[in-house]
Design a protein. Structure first.
Length: 138
């Protein structure tokens, strides 16, 4: 195996600087990826917070006025869970936000190679009201 012997100080300095630039470029690329992933994750969490606020906007007094729908996406397919909502809220807006969240979750999982358990999340059979809150019955 041959080694390159760098003879002049200028060439050594140039080689050292080039190596440093390459290494720092790689590190900044990784941090940019992590930063992008963290930004996307923060955006998803913000949207989920908006959805939860809408979901909790109305007290649960009559279970007949409540529905549920799948939300989010598991990495190997299917919903991440279910969320309840009152028919007294702006259901079009709520359903749209949940749809956007679900699609964005699926895209996030694919883009970043997210893994999860592949157990199916069973939908609730019904909703009942307890202490003003909707409770899933399985």
């Amino acid at each position: 195996m041959k080694y390159i012997k760098i003879k002049t100080p200028q060439i050594r300095m140039t080689f050292a600087l080039m190596t440093l630039v390459l290494i720092s470029g790689c590190k900044s690329g990784l941090s940019m990826d992590n930063s992008a992933k963290e930004n996307e994750q923060a955006s998803l969490l913000k949207l989920m917070d908006e959805i939860v606020v809408l979901s909790k906007k109305v007290n649960c007094e009559d279970a007949k006025e409540w529905k549920f729908m799948p939300i989010g996406a598991k990495a190997c397919g299917g919903p991440a869970g279910y969320i309840s909502y009152s028919i007294k809220i702006d259901t079009d807006d709520f359903i749209k936000k949940v749809g956007v969240y679900t699609v964005e979750s699926e895209n996030f999982n694919k883009k970043w190679g997210i893994i999860s358990d592949c157990m199916a999340v069973n939908p609730p059979k019904e909703i009942k009201c307890e202490n003003g809150k909707p409770i899933f019955v399985y």
